[in-house]
Design a protein around this ligand. Structure first.
Ligand SMILES: Nc1nc2c(ncn2[C@@H]2O[C@H](COP(=O)(O)OP(=O)(O)O)[C@@H](O)[C@H]2O)c(=O)[nH]1
Ligand SMILES: [Mg+2]
Length: 329
């Protein structure tokens, strides 16, 4: 069977031959592995590429002074939650992050522009959510450090290129590849949990590039094929379609509430909420405000839009998003 190599593959191979350092060679190999047509006729070549890659990586890691982990794969959490943005090369992860945050991550028309995870802040109403841009994820060569990063994140956004006819098989391969690394991507309505060796993370799958031809047809197929196995939204980072709605979906994915603290006789500061887990109680809020409120707590008053007007509640009262709370000691 002829290999039918794509122009992207041939270009990557050309770069590989010209590459001087092990790092450059690894990058080219990653690209070759991602772009080589996947069929029986190329199985031997695929295996050979992976062996080459393993050897190069091993050589790099055994150098004196080399650390086993690449630089910068840990990202300090900040804001109301951390969402790791993953996906195949060129699906538009960096572009989408730019559209959601107004920041300027590196975007380019060739794969592997983003080498290390990089955090950006997305503003949603009065809170900030951290979005982490990441290097491309290829089902044939799942980056273990990236998976570890995703396991510690609060939620995941997986970006697909809707102009790509193989988006569904790419998604399927990624889901099973990640499952092999004990990371399960679950829909929005699932309960995230973790037990030894098994991580279940709420995930939003974003079909990006909805502005391109074939996007609609591919989106319809993805919806039907994966049905309720994934939570799926469509967007165009370039045209901006679906981007505002996506911000809200990402915030909701985090399962957090915003609660405003109020001092008796004064107005609450609605620009600076405390962010708590969904279904937190008054006592859990008191704990985040100050330990004095925990130790000397007597009661609280709660204001809730259209429902409560300074009602007296006890420590176990369950709070909702945008409640205003006055703690009394
Ligand atoms: N038409 C179209 N092109 C897009 C869209 N989002 C990204 N791109 C293009 O896809 C290419 C890869 O984007 P990038 O964000 O670097 O992808 P990444 O590798 O997943 O981070 C770039 O040429 C972008 O301009 C989109 O919504 N529509
Ligand atoms: Mg990128």
């Amino acid at each position: 069977m002829p290999a039918n190599l794509t122009p992207q593959y041939i270009e990557a191979e050309r770069k590989f031959r010209a590459a001087k350092t092990a790092q450059e060679k690894i990058k080219c190999l990653e690209e070759m592995i991602a772009t080589i047509p996947k069929h029986k006729g190329t199985e031997k070549m695929q295996a050979m590429l992976k062996t080459k890659m393993a050897k190069l990586r091993a050589a790099l890691e055994s150098r004196p002074g080399a650390t086993r982990h690449g630089p910068g794969f840990h990202v300090e959490k900040s804001g109301a939650g951390q969402v790791i943005v993953i996906g195949p090369p060129n699906s538009g992860k960096s572009c989408l992050i730019a559209a959601l945050t107004g920041a300027q991550p590196e975007v380019a028309d060739y794969p592997y522009t983003t080498r290390f995870p990089a955090p950006y802040m997305m503003k949603h109403e009065n809170v900030r959510v951290q979005l982490v841009d990441t290097p491309p994820l290829s089902p044939d060569d799942i980056n273990a450090e990236l998976v570890e990063l995703a396991k510690t994140a609060d939620c995941i956004m997986l970006v697909l290129d809707l102009a790509n006819r193989d988006a569904a098989s790419a998604l399927e391969a990624l889901l099973s590849g990640l499952q092999g690394k004990r990371l399960e991507l679950a829909p929005e309505n699932a309960s995230p949990f973790q037990e030894p060796g098994r991580f279940v993370k709420k995930t939003l799958v974003v079909g990006n590039k909805s502005d391109l031809p074939a996007a609609e047809e591919n989106a319809a197929f993805l919806r039907e094929y994966f049905a309720d196995k994934i939570s799926f939204v469509v967007a165009s980072a370039v045209r901006g379609d679906g981007v505002d709605a996506l911000r809200t979906r990402v915030f909701l994915l985090l399962d957090v509430i915003r609660v405003y603290s109020k001092i008796p006789g004064k107005k609450a500061d609605l620009s600076d909420p405390f962010v708590l887990k969904k279904a937190s109680t008054v006592m859990e809020m008191a704990r985040t405000v100050h330990k004095d409120f925990v130790e000397k707590f007597r009661y609280a008053r709660v204001w809730r839009k259209g429902a409560l007007q300074g009602q007296m509640v006890n420590r176990d009262f369950v709070l909702e998003d945008e409640d205003i709370v006055e703690l009394h000691i």
